[in-house]
Structure formats: C-alpha cells, structure tokens
Design a protein around this ligand. Structure first.
Ligand code: FE2
Length: 386
C-alpha cells in the first residue's frame, strides 16, 4: 500500500497537498439508480436497508415518462428511477446494464462554475447548466460523464428550501421500517476495463482536481486465482472518495472482469455506507433479508488480535459478535475499521454495498482483501464465472 497521507493531519477541511480544489465539492448530494421497477426497488431499500420515503415524482405529479422515488437515511439520499414507456432513454441504460447507478450527484456551491471548470478541462457534457424552480426556490444542476455511462451531476441548492428538487413532491408512506443506522456515503467504487485505471485516475486529477492518495497493485490484491488493481481518488477536502479498480491477470477470472462482462462496460461497483454501530446495523440487515458474502474462516478471526496488537489498538467490539455476523476487521497506524460486503443487490453480479465503521483507520480494508476476494470467488464459482 502506498499513501500520500502518511505524515499529514487528516480532517474534513484538510486540503490534500496537490489537490487543486477549483470545484470545490461540499459532499455527495444523491445517488440515482436506473432500475426496472422503482416501486419494488424502493420497497427493498426501505425494508432491508431502513431507508425512509422523502420525495416522489411520477404520473401523479405531472411527470409522464418516468417515476422516481427518493429515499433518505441520515445524510444518504438514493433516487430510484424507472421509465414509464418504451421511448425513454432510461430503457437503453437498463437493457444494456441492468439495474445500476446512473448518477453520482455532487453538492456544490456553484454548479455553473463546476460545469465550466470541468468541461474546459475536457469533461464530456451530459447536461448543460439547468435552472429548475418551484415555490421552494431554485436549484441549478449540470452534468458531466465519468467512466462508462455514469454521470456526475453538480447540484447547487443554496437557494432552495424544498425537500429534494423542484418537480418532486414530499412523499409520506404508511409503511416505515426503522432505519438501521446508516449515516453517510464513505466512498463509491468504479470498475473500469483492462488498462483503463490510469486513464481514469488522470481524468479525476485533471478534470476534477482530485488526488490519488492510496494505490494497490495486483501483487497486493490477489488470491491464488484472481487479481485486481485499485487507486483511490479523493477531492480536495477529502469528503468525496472514489476508488477505481481494473482487472488484472490471474489463473482465473477477476471479479472486476465478471462485473464488466455483466454490466457490459464500466460502472459503479459498490457504495460503501458508514455506520457508528456496525453490530446493530448488520444484525438488523440480516434479519431483514440482506444477503452478505460468506463468513471469513475461523483462522481469519484467530489472526485479528495480532493484527490489532501490531498497531497497538484495542478493539471496543466483541470479536465473537463480529465473527458471528461475518464482519471483518482491519487495522493500520491510525486505528481500525470494521466492514462487511453484501452480495450483489440485483440478479446481474454487478452492484453491491459495503457497510463500514471507521474507528480511526482511513484505509479501505487492505488487510481483508484476501479473505474478501476468496469469499467473492466462492460466489463466482457458483455462478460459473470464475
Ligand atoms: Fe470499499
């Protein structure tokens, strides 16, 4: 693992050395999924992940070609969108990719300037700056393409006081399962094709002013059978982190290649969502039917105390409980982290979620890569895609 951060203080307001923060990004605004059936997807994310209804747009609100459900849990906003007729462009996305992330929306102070700064540095235009308004004020949005058909939408909402965006109405439901403790999006990972990682690393540097603050090569990320490479990109204030993966040669097929095959191109591989109490969160999610990757073997948990000791950390959580839930533990100089990964959340082996609790550590669980990938390989073997 190499890092540019080893000797720097890390805080939300810390500007990474080398990052030219011309945007700047205030955080993630929302993540929009294109799905085959938004009504049912919303039910899944409410029931299984504990999201709450926030807003809605569709036939009842005068929108004729799509329906969108906006769900919220603490700082996380998901938008689930489905087309209402065969003419809609959204269909093409779903036919090609299946259900997946279309838009990673980023909260900015000035969407016109973010659009201008990025397009002048080479970003491909998705949507010119557009002002939308209703009785709650106005929002300016502008979009650019990143890898594949994925989009970054800049959202300027300083003059808006509505629940979500103009065009959406507040949405209440009689069915409101309790939240499970998900707080915010920690990072979002993109999978790109063979030899494309550095192209996109450079794109995030040049176009978005991000810095590469962690890198993993295939010597670090491999099992007996498969490998991948990964570089973590972060914006100037460190609030937005996008690791980028590409497949690497191994004896068998890389999980990244499997993703690219089934998504039919680059796209978002996983959303990592943070919790302050992973034992509670994962206990709830398991009870509500979320499927996680298989538990690491016993010897994995036997090695954990030594790993924590190596960095002089004491773990607050009961390791027995973590083992029972299949939660993994990693440690570095600054602290430790707890994490677990779901199986893909649709039938194509593409998008999945990570649940993460950081206890000082800023890494991405490099110490868990081997156990994690072996678990993914067991799933790949069942699917006949290893
Ligand atoms: Fe992750």
């Amino acid at each position: 693992m190499s890092t540019n951060l080893q000797n720097t203080e890390y805080g939300l307001e810390k500007i990474f050395e080398g990052a030219e923060d011309f945007l700047p990004l205030l955080g993630t605004d929302y993540v929009e999924f294109y799905v085959g059936n938004a009504k049912q997807a919303a039910h899944y994310y409410k029931t299984a992940f504990g999201f709450q209804n926030l807003a809605y747009a569709g036939l009842e609100t005068g929108i004729r070609d799509r329906a969108s459900y906006v769900l919220v849990q603490d700082k996380i906003r998901l938008v689930l969108t489905t087309p209402l007729n065969s003419e809609s462009k959204i269909n093409e996305h779903i036919v090609k990719h299946g259900d997946g992330v279309k838009i990673i929306a980023l909260w900015v102070d000035d969407a016109r300037s973010a659009f201008e700064e990025t397009t002048k540095r080479g970003a491909k235009v998705y949507m010119e700056p557009t002002v939308e308004s209703d009785e709650h004020g106005e929002v300016v949005r502008a979009g650019i393409y990143t890898y594949g058909e994925t989009v970054h939408m800049f959202v300027e909402r300083k003059n808006y006081h509505g629940k979500f965006l103009p065009g959406y109405v507040e949405h209440h439901s009689d069915y409101n399962p309790e939240p499970v403790g998900l707080k915010f999006i920690d990072h979002m990972v993109g999978n790109v094709g063979w030899n494309e990682m550095n192209t996109w690393v450079k794109w995030y540097e040049d176009v978005m002013g991000f810095v590469n603050f962690l890198s993993f090569d295939d010597k670090q990320i491999h099992t007996e059978y498969s490998a991948l490479m990964s570089k973590v990109m972060a914006n100037g204030n460190g609030r937005v982190k996008f690791p980028i993966n590409e497949p690497a040669e191994g004896k068998k097929k890389s999980q990244i290649e499997e993703y690219i095959d089934f998504y039919e191109g680059p796209g978002v591989q996983h959303l990592a969502v943070a919790t302050n109490d992973i034992i509670h969160t994962v206990t709830e999610m398991r009870k509500r039917g979320v499927e996680f990757l298989s538990h690491p073997p016993e010897e994995y948990y036997r090695a954990v105390p030594a790993r924590l000791q190596e960095f002089h950390h004491e773990m607050k959580e009961d390791i027995e409980k973590l083992a029972k839930l299949g939660i993994m533990i990693d440690a570095d100089e600054e602290g430790y982290l707890l994490q677990i990964f779901t199986k893909p959340v649709q039938d194509r082996p593409t998008l999945f979620f990570e649940i993460i609790q950081r206890m000082g550590a800023r890494g991405f669980g490099a110490g868990n890569f081997k156990a994690l990938f072996e678990s993914i390989e067991r799933e790949q073997a069942k699917r006949g895609t290893l």
